[in-house]
Design a protein around this ligand. Structure first.
Ligand code: 13P
Length: 336
């Protein structure tokens, strides 16, 4: 087993998942302002360290994806964030892309940037304690999109990033996110997601990425949020598994879904069904941002000194997601 494979499996062992706490300062500011909290560096680290020291971290959260600002911040009592995460039994990860920008040649689509100087940044993050990394490509569905240009160029960037991350001894999370926005059907989501993922693996192979040392972070198969033809959770689970079975090489050890705007319960229920029906050899877990943090953020915003109350909300959500990652979740557990 390679070192990278061991790290990937450790992050996702026993139903553990990933907390995506890597919102850029712009996105975090939107999240904080939506609950009327001022976005200062102090408030950003206060909320995050409240989650990172919660009780269920050690049982549920195998890895945390940090943002550049966060990995360099200290807790109130002077600990580095990777140190705090190690104490909490979790592995530190880092978002290394620099964001999705307007694509030249197809200005309604986006290309993710951040390759320039990436090797040097990766070495810096490794020395700060990161053992895994994340890069997100983003695609929207409409009549003409995603275009071949976007599918190709985002896959190419993801592969160049993944090769560099492995060279620097870190596991790359490869995240091609096909967005839920729009009125497309679930079948269109299935077709486009399949095409996007297949292209990613074509490029990962060309770039000689060791597939046993990556984690794939895809979207689930859903109808667009504006579609009149929503599908059931069972259909989502079955289509998602079919898409991944047909598009992901067997060498990949684990898949960790993004929540993408689903509610906390919807993201939990869908993951649970995926695991109930999972007939592939892939571990199917979570790498949720909003679906792990929304409730905790809302609670915290009412009293940012209520560390225990906030942790209780987060602990419950993490427990539910970890049960879902083992196909053992049930709606009744939500009310306990
Ligand atoms: P969501 O789960 O909120 O979609 O965030 C996951 C993520 O990391 C998106 O890049």
């Amino acid at each position: 087993m390679s070192e990278l494979n061991k790290i990937a499996l450790k992050i996702l062992e026993n139903g553990k998942g990933i907390l995506a706490a890597d919102e850029s300062t712009g996105t975090m500011t939107k999240r904080l302002e939506s609950v009327n909290v001022q976005s200062t560096p102090e408030n950003r680290i206060l909320f995050r360290q409240t989650l990172f020291s919660a009780k269920e971290m050690s049982k549920c959260i195998g890895g945390v994806i940090l943002y550049d600002e966060t990995i360099k911040q200290k807790t109130i009592d002077g600990k580095s964030i990777p140190e705090l995460l190690t104490e909490s039994g979790s592995i530190s990860g880092i978002k290394v892309d620099t964001g999705a920008k307007k694509m030249s040649g197809s200005p309604e689509e986006k290309i993710t940037e951040g390759l320039d100087g990436l090797r040097e940044r990766l070495i810096e993050y490794f020395n700060l304690g990161a053992k895994f990394t994340k890069w997100r490509g983003v695609y929207n569905i409409s009549k003409d999109y995603p275009s071949k240009l976007s599918i190709h160029s985002n896959a190419h960037a993801l592969a160049r990033y993944a090769a560099l991350a492995q060279e620097c001894k870190m596991v790359p999370i490869v995240e091609p996110e096909v967005l839920m926005d729009g009125d497309h059907s679930a079948n269109e989501c299935f077709d486009k997601t399949s095409e996007v993922i297949k292209k990613c693996f074509e490029e990962l192979n060309i770039h000689k990425v060791d597939l046993t040392g990556i984690i794939l972070k895809p979207n689930m198969i859903l109808a667009g949020t504006k579609s009149k033809n929503q599908i059931s959770n069972e259909e989502t689970a079955k289509l998602t598994i079919k898409c991944l079975r047909e598009s992901v090489p067997n060498d990949v050890p684990g898949i960790a879904f993004l929540s993408g705007g689903q509610t906390e319960i919807q993201a939990t229920e869908n993951l649970n069904l995926i695991n109930k029906f999972n007939d592939t050899k892939f571990i199917m877990s979570y790498s949720y941002g909003r679906a792990l943090q929304q409730g905790a953020l809302k609670h915290w915003s009412k009293n940012i000194e209520d560390v225990q109350g906030t942790q209780k909300v987060f602990d419950h959500r993490a427990k539910m997601c970890t049960l879902a990652a083992q196909g053992k979740w049930s709606k009744e557990f939500e009310n306990i």
